[in-house]
Design a binder for this molecule. Structure first.
Ligand SMILES: [Zn+2]
Ligand SMILES: [Zn+2]
Length: 253
């Protein structure tokens, strides 16, 4: 067993609460906004919100618990010698998780594995809490993929625990935005260089409403590569940005 240091414990506590904290902050901010630009002009039902909250309480400890297990067993070895290791580890995690999320997400949309993923898709209209609503098995598989890869990597190259945890905080923040059903980008965003690669909230809202395509997490790189991107995404985003949300799940702009 490896001895844990104080900064490990502090990070694990942060990761335990980070997702709920971002959900709370997002709701706090939009509650005060006069105009909220919805992607779909529909609201989730009270039962959905309750169910999502229940799921979020069950799955929130999974990330910190698995990281704790991998570090304390010595499977994930970390080094905090310099800032470049922190930055490299962040980007290694970013790109690996983009790939892992796309691959595992697509696999879970096949008839053999959809049972694992269907809890997340009970939410056709998303809201920030949907970002934390998964089945226990889905969350465990997803996290094992991230922490497992980090562990293998850490045996060959220097890997930073701080870099991993900063990535996780980033992940929690962007997935809350991605499930918010609120568009904060302008109508021209998808045509910018950043918008070409980085998804706006409309992107994942379409995945939930239509059930297929737009499988990517933060970027659309793998959806473009494998032809699984909804090509009316720009139009949906434009409608949302102009304050004219789609009124039906089946609507095509
Ligand atoms: Zn899905
Ligand atoms: Zn989702």
């Amino acid at each position: 067993m490896e001895e844990l240091e104080t900064y490990h414990i502090v990070w694990l506590i942060i990761l335990l609460f980070a997702n709920h904290m971002f959900i709370y902050l997002f709701n706090l901010r939009t509650d005060k906004q006069e105009v909220v630009k919805k992607v779909y002009g529909l609201e989730p039902g009270a039962e959905q919100l309750k169910e999502e909250f229940r799921n979020s309480l069950i799955t929130a400890p999974i990330h910190p618990l698995l990281i704790l297990l991998f570090v304390s067993m010595g499977w994930l070895t970390t080094s905090e010698k310099n800032l470049s290791t922190v930055i490299t580890s962040f980007f290694v995690m970013f790109w690996w998780t983009e790939f892992w999320f796309y691959a595992s997400h697509r696999a879970m949309h096949t008839k053999w594995l959809i049972g694992i993923h269907k809890e997340h898709h009970r939410s056709y209209i998303t809201n920030p809490m949907t970002a934390a609503s998964f089945s226990l098995i889905e969350k465990t598989i997803f996290t094992l993929g991230i922490v497992g890869f980090a562990s293998i990597y850490s045996h060959y190259l220097p890997f930073s625990f701080n870099g991993l945890c900063i990535y996780y905080v980033f992940y929690f923040a962007v997935t809350v935005l991605g499930h918010s059903n609120v568009e904060f980008r302008n109508a021209r965003y998808p045509f910018s260089l950043m918008g070409y690669f980085i998804n706006a909230p409309s992107y994942h809202a379409m995945h939930h409403a239509r059930y297929v395509k737009n499988y990517g997490l933060v970027t659309s790189v793998f959806d473009r590569l494998f032809g699984t991107r909804w090509n009316d995404y720009e139009k949906v985003l434009e409608r949302a940005a102009n304050g004219k949300p789609l009124e039906k799940l089946s609507e095509r702009p």
